[in-house]
Write a protein that binds this ligand. Structure first.
Ligand SMILES: Cc1cc2nc3c(=O)[nH]c(=O)nc-3n(C[C@H](O)[C@H](O)[C@H](O)COP(=O)(O)O)c2cc1C
Length: 267
């Protein structure tokens, strides 16, 4: 092959590489914002799913705007952060749990003996979502997360305004095996959560996801959820993460404030 032919081939190959890399990087940059937008919409869809609000219309954003009010709370005190104190990094609309849990300024490490959800770090703040109908508080929806077998699972639990009764539960992100741990997405299993009681009369966390099936005859059945069959480790992960987030190291301080405000009828 002549030297001229060789350099032509190299030239064409280089040109193809350059054109392709321009196309790929343009697509990546252009699609990035669409991807972020879709992730945000998916999170909203799951907040609405936990709160059983998806049947209120087709436009997810519209339902969200109509029924949901979001606040940012400081986990250690349970106090709401006033929007005046929001910053570019810390605000409710852009809040991303993964990003915040990795931000040293806005996260804390969890001592191993407390880390039942196996998340190692948690944000110092979390968003909470109030569902209101005609101004009245109906439900509160809280983000929860923790380790399953293969992945960290991210979801929402909705509690009725009595703060005892579960109205809904859903995961929006996990990497458990389809057909095994992935059965967390099974609508029939999610249905079991509705109506279960999260706390006993002294506000101790009582809800649990057990191995096997709940015996409906037992008094404890109102606190228990069937485990996923053949998926003991995912089941245990869910049991742990729910206990962590509803407990004193999770939303405990926030619940205390909320209970008082609800009994004083301030919200
Ligand atoms: C390919 C493969 C995928 C699995 N995925 C899961 C899973 O997502 N969640 C889970 O708890 N167990 C999963 N398991 C099973 C666990 O390894 C373990 O055997 C199981 O949790 C024990 O459950 P059991 O006591 O109900 O049998 C998987 C096993 C295999 C071989």
């Amino acid at each position: 092959m002549s030297a001229e032919k060789k350099s032509k081939i190299i030239g064409v190959a280089l040109a193809v590489c350059i054109v392709c890399s321009i196309l790929v990087s343009t697509a990546a940059v252009t699609l990035n914002s669409i991807q972020e937008q879709n992730q945000k919409l998916d999170r909203i869809r799951n907040i609405l799913a936990a709160g059983n609000l998806l049947d209120r219309g087709k436009d997810i954003q519209k339902i969200y705007n109509e029924y949901i009010e979001a606040d940012l709370i400081e986990l250690s005190t349970g106090k709401v952060v006033h929007p005046e104190n929001y910053t570019n990094e810390l605000n409710v609309s852009d809040f991303d749990i993964r990003t915040m849990a990795n931000n040293p300024k806005y996260s804390t490490s969890i001592p191993a003996n407390e880390d039942i959800a196996q998340i190692k770090r948690k944000p110092t703040h979390m968003p909470v979502y109030y569902v209101r109908e005609e101004g009245e508080l109906e439900e509160i929806i809280l983000p929860v997360y923790g380790k399953g077998l293969w992945s960290t699972m991210y979801g929402f639990i909705a509690l009725n305004r009595d703060l005892h009764t579960v109205d809904g539960f859903t995961f929006y992100s996990h990497g458990e095996t389809p057909g095994l741990g992935g059965e967390v997405d099974n609508p029939q299993w999610k249905e079991i959560w509705k109506g279960k009681k999260a706390f006993d009369e002294n506000w101790n966390v009582k809800i649990e996801v057990i191995k096997g099936r709940v015996d409906p005859e037992r008094e404890s059945a109102k606190y228990q959820i069937d485990g996923l069959s053949g998926s003991t480790l995912t089941t245990r992960g869910i049991d742990n993460l729910i206990k962590y987030w509803l407990g004193e190291n999770g939303y405990g301080p926030f619940f205390e404030i909320l209970r008082k405000e609800l009994s004083d009828d301030q919200i």
